[in-house]
Design a protein around this ligand. Structure first.
Ligand code: ADP
Ligand code: MG
Length: 239
């Protein structure tokens, strides 16, 4: 069996998740690509999945729509980034295919943080990554978009600006839309921007909603995002 030292080590690991409660499920059991697995190993701090990761990643990898409410610090970033990266890897997405995944974050700071985690996860992948955020130079971002940003992290206002006015922005092959911290996005009155964004994006795609808190606004927004039961194309899973 396990020695005391090993047990202590395991307990320590479980407490070191930044508040996220760890499960007994290992990242190595997820059935992800060698490329992502190696990148996670290199990050040197992830062994066990948090609860939200264990509950959501399998559904996300099957391309279900997911509504995953879990408090701040529970590990939502890896939960949505790992399956999104696997998705583009599995369908051999190329820069010339344009944007395949969009992650919308409520603030510039969160967008940059999320981009940094994605950068580490995509270390061995050939897919491209970038971000567009309010305050940055539109023209510079447009030039990047023209080259093809496969995984795009964005703030709502700036994303809408590019959807409206950057002709080189190719999003017609979008496969997955992730809305991180939807509760905060709604608090900042981005609701109308979000509706305008939805109008422009391809409908046949996976949609992922990860609010930190469940408010009435979030529920209404989820109903709007996923549509009514009858018209729903994909299985929606609440985790
Ligand atoms: P959330 O988005 O739910 O607020 P984050 O994704 O930002 O949470 O993760 C919070 C912290 O927990 C980060 O420092 C992250 O590196 C860490 N973390 C996430 N998943 C794990 C895990 N499985 N094991 C250990 N630490 C983790
Ligand atoms: Mg988060």
């Amino acid at each position: 069996g396990m020695g005391n030292k090993e047990k202590e080590e395991e307990e320590k690991q479980k407490k070191g998740s930044g508040g996220g409660i760890l499960t007994n499920k290992l990242f190595s059991e997820l059935g992800i690509s060698e490329l992502t697995a190696k990148a996670i190993e290199d990050m040197n701090k992830y062994t066990y999945l948090t609860k939200i990761q264990a509950r959501s990643i399998p559904h996300l990898m099957e391309q279900s729509d997911v509504m995953g409410s879990a408090k701040t610090g529970s590990g939502k970033t890896l939960a949505f980034l790992i399956p999104a990266i696997e998705l583009l890897h599995n369908c051999h997405f190329l820069p010339r295919n344009g944007t395949g995944v969009i992650v919308i974050c409520p603030t510039r700071e969160l967008a940059i943080q999320t981009h940094n985690v994605a950068k580490q996860l995509m270390k061995y992948h050939s897919q491209t990554l970038g971000y567009v955020i309010g305050g940055n130079n539109m023209r510079t971002e447009a030039n990047q978009l023209a080259k093809g940003i496969n995984v795009l992290v964005a703030t709502p206002g700036r994303l809408l600006d590019h959807l409206r006015s950057t002709s080189s922005f190719n999003y017609k092959s979008l496969k997955c839309l992730i809305i991180d911290e939807a509760d905060r996005i709604l608090e900042q009155n981005f609701e109308e921007d979000m509706k305008q964004i939805f109008k422009r994006l391809p409908r046949d795609r996976q949609t992922v909603l990860f609010p930190a808190t469940q408010t009435q606004k979030v529920t209404d927004f989820a109903n709007f995002t996923f549509g009514k039961n009858e018209e729903r194309q994909r299985k929606l899973v609440y985790v």
